[in-house]
Design a protein around this ligand. Structure first.
Ligand SMILES: C[S@@+](CC[C@H](N)C(=O)[O-])C[C@H]1O[C@@H](n2cnc3c(N)ncnc32)[C@H](O)[C@@H]1O
Length: 447
């Protein structure tokens, strides 16, 4: 008998594999199936995210045990699931992982394939305790296979970090983070939101650095949390929350948020501004503008004005009007792999050159919208010096009307106290800071 949760996970993984679909978009409707229990949902989520996270290692093993030729999508995903349970799911006994995979293979590929799945998984069970010794031992391949990261990412990080730090970074990026929320103070205080969570016995913990960050310490569907429909809280990683602090907008100001969708930072800034003033919330994609509108509607934010526009193109109406311009740039997103493990396989090294060009164009163009003595904030959710520190340095070299400001003056003291040495910008790392990998720099227009 094939159990419901494994069956659903397999179908999802096969679809994601074939359609190259985004996990978060595929999994959401699948989990709405009312016949699934809470435990089923947790199992499916763990399986789909886990198999995606460890895909490189699992596929390397499949190839090692291969009988030649390419496995069909059903068998490939049945093997990935079986291997994932054996290697990474402590609570599933090896025999259960093996038997359930054999049942799935019988159902989707027939008796002969079931025999093959059985043989492969039994070999893995014998070898699993000395797995790392099976991998090629050069540094890049070893780290890539041990933590299941593309070699180019490992090489990129090894350029500026020690081997130990890269291993710690990869390990931290493989841990699924809890959901982080913050009170929408336009509607409810943090204390009252906490009371609401406690009344419903929702387990939470406080953020690492920011008082408004609340980590939900149990597996829940965000829409089922108390106050979701009424817009009492926003969902945002703590690293992402740092950005509005660095912008530090005040009521009545004009802010241009040049890469704004889905509007997470725009609505946070609106809160700082007590919903008074103007936030031009710009994004190039019409369907993403709808996400900003939906977010503002749920949270009851009025001062955000969604604008569909390409921020690489100069708009003379905005010349010198903004007290602050935020460029939360399109980037390689290598700092949010904890949340979206498919970034490991979606992003390719070749993308970086194009991203660097767009980032620089947006910086050059949108810096023209900053008022004299106004601020230009540049942030990314990546860990790549070329997109971060080097990008800001090269911009400053060519724009003598801007100087670097110290972001730590805008951030909690605990953060600067946690660093032995620091620059004026901040780079967060999931392994050191226990939040997403994020970069934020603040520049001031001096004339
Ligand atoms: C990192 S995301 C922004 C996240 C957003 N600031 C938030 O806090 O929710 C980058 C955004 O830049 C947008 N983008 C990419 N190229 C752009 C361009 N040329 N002009 C404007 N927006 C662009 C993407 O559509 C994407 O929504």
């Amino acid at each position: 008998m094939v159990d419901k949760a494994r069956n659903a996970a397999l179908k999802l993984l096969r679809d994601i594999d074939i359609k190259k679909a985004y996990i978060n978009l595929e999994i959401k409707p699948a989990l709405k199936d009312n016949s699934l229990s809470t435990l089923d949902r947790a199992f499916i989520t763990d399986m789909v995210y886990g198999v995606t996270r460890y895909r490189l290692t699992l596929d390397w093993l499949i190839k090692r045990y291969s009988r030649g030729g390419k496995a069909s999508p059903w068998i490939r995903n049945i093997l990935r699931m079986g291997m994932y349970q054996i290697l990474y799911m402590d609570r599933v006994p090896d025999f259960a992982a093996c038997d359930s995979s054999v049942e799935l293979a019988k159902k989707y590929a027939g008796q002969r394939e079931a025999g093959y799945v059985n043989a492969v998984l039994r070999r893995l069970i014998q070898e699993k305790d000395h797995l790392v010794s099976l991998f090629p031992q050069d540094t890049v391949s070893r780290i890539a296979l041990k933590y299941s990261f593309p070699e180019w990412m490992v090489r990129l990080w090894l350029n500026t970090m020690s081997e130990t730090s890269v291993e710690e970074l990869c390990a931290a990026q493989n841990i699924r983070p809890s959901l982080t929320i913050r009170a929408n103070e336009l509607k409810i205080s943090q204390d009252d939101l906490i009371k609401l969570l406690e009344q419903r016995s929702i387990m939470y913990s406080c953020g690492v650095y920011l008082p408004e960050a609340l980590n939900i310490e149990q597996n829940v569907d965000v829409e089922s949390l108390p106050g979701y429909d009424d817009g009492l809280f926003a969902v945002q990683d703590e690293a992402s929350m740092m950005v509005a602090h660095v912008v530090d907008p005040r009521p009545g100001q004009i802010i241009i948020d040049a890469c704004s969708a889905p509007g997470g930072k725009a609505v946070h800034m609106a809160q700082f501004m007590k919903d008074q003033g103007r936030i031009l919330s710009v994004d190039v994609y019409p369907h993403r503008i709808e996400l900003i509108k939906a977010q503002c509607a749920r949270l009851g934010v009025n001062c955000v004005e969604p604008v569909c526009y390409d921020s690489t193109i100069y708009n003379e109406d905005w010349y010198g009007v903004a007290d602050a311009v935020l460029i939360d740039a399109p980037c390689s997103a290598l700092g949010i792999i904890r949340h979206k493990p498919d970034i490991k396989w979606r992003r390719i090294e070749k993308d970086i050159g194009e991203l660097l060009q767009i980032q620089r164009q947006i910086l050059d163009t949108c810096s023209l919208y900053v008022k004299p003595r106004g601020a230009l904030i540049y942030s990314t959710c990546t860990i790549n010096p070329d997109e971060n520190q080097n990008m800001v340095n090269s911009f400053l070299n060519d724009h003598s009307d801007f100087i670097l400001d110290d972001v730590y003056q805008k951030l909690p003291h605990a953060l600067s106290a946690s660093r032995d040495s620091r620059d004026k910008w901040v780079q967060f790392y999931p392994n050191e800071d226990k939040i997403d990998g994020f970069f934020v720099a603040r520049m001031l227009k001096v004339r």
